[in-house]
Write a protein that binds this ligand. Sequence first.
Ligand SMILES: [Zn+2]
Length: 237
Amino acid sequence: MTRELFREDGYLRECDAVVSEVRGNAIVTDQTVFYPTGGGQPGDSGQLLRADGAAVKVTTACKDAQDGALLHVCEGAAAEDLPATGAAVKLQLDWPRRHRMMRMHSCMHMLCALIAAPVTGGQISDGRGRLDFDLQETVDKEELTQKLNRLIAENHPMEIKWITADELRAQPQLVRTMSVKPPLDSGRVRLVHFHGVDLQPCGGTHVAASGEIGAVRVAKVEKKGKRNRRVAVVFDE
Ligand SMILES: [Zn+2]
């Protein structure tokens, strides 16, 4: 199993690692800073540096659907350019992109806190994020934009806490997103707490305080079915 360093520290931009397996055009390592696609957040991109200094582009990171191995996908790389099993490498994120993901993902926690309805889905991409709410009434774009920016400007600090699966089962109200089940099998559940705003299980990457999200704007509120409202947010810069 790969040690997922980003779960404890979302600000790590690079790490040393040892290749534990080469699987087609993908590399598995003993530890990583690369977030794999999941929970509505795309996998990180960046590069891996071989011991001889040669750089190999990592186009995305994801988990193998069969065994859950964390794959650093090197699309387009020639087989002979990939490091061999046992090789020491350095893994480096495309940090500006990851940081935008952290900001937008954190913004989704603000959004979630402002609309009192169950979340039925969500997705972020570079510079844009959306949540679907089980909600009949429509939402005022301008008002929501103002409220979001207020929560952001208030600079609420984020803290990560771990609880047991039993503790989560005792507090089912913590689970806001019906489509993404928190990982209960590991026995530990990761809670993300934006103080004074939002507390819920989440495996994604977040900024240290909401002020780091920067100015945002509600780009679109769409009606998706009778009880569904899709709210899309973009950076306002
Ligand atoms: Zn999150």
